[in-house]
Design a protein around this ligand. Structure first.
Ligand SMILES: [Mn+2]
Length: 162
């Protein structure tokens, strides 16, 4: 097991999918699963076990507040998707429900990244079917965005066709 998640920023690695799916890979994005809530965990459990075997899921933070629920959730997702990517959200790093398990949020972050490695969840830049996926460990505020909104482009809901 590698030590430490911070400072671990390797090169982009090509990834070859071992399938001949002519429809190509679909990339889904989800955030704020908050599976500490039973109904949210149920939603994850109900995601298809067969529909997304070739697909990519980007998990954009706030999976759960405890490491144990994080592992349960990410394992369920990895069983359902060929590739699962993860970037941390603020709730994932909270320690208030972890007892004495972690000195601070940075220690917890390293544990979460180690868990991702064990489960097969990806946290490093990777190319899948010519799509570069670059997980960034940083936070965003809408005030950072000075560009005009993109309009006339419909992104289907995650629940469509699930
Ligand atoms: Mn949230």
């Amino acid at each position: 097991m590698k030590s430490g998640g911070l400072g671990r920023r390797p090169q982009i690695v090509s990834s070859v999918l071992g399938n001949s799916n002519t429809e190509g890979v679909s990339v889904f994005v989800v955030s704020d699963l908050h599976t500490d809530y039973a109904e949210n965990l149920k939603w994850v459990e109900c995601l298809s076990n067969v529909e997304h075997k070739n697909d990519v899921l980007l998990v954009a933070g706030d999976v759960a507040e405890t490491c144990s629920m994080f592992v349960v959730t990410m394992s369920l997702l990895k069983e359902r998707f060929e590739h699962v990517f993860y970037v941390p959200g603020n709730h994932d790093l909270w320690c208030r429900r972890e007892g004495q398990n972690y000195v601070d949020s940075l220690e917890k972050l390293n544990k979460l990244l180690d868990a991702c490695e064990r489960i097969g969840v990806e946290t490093n830049p990777t190319v899948i079917d010519e799509i570069g996926i670059i997980p960034l460990f940083s936070w965003y505020h809408e005030s950072f965005d000075k560009e005009k909104d993109i309009t006339g482009f419909r992104i289907p809901s995650f629940g469509d066709g699930m």
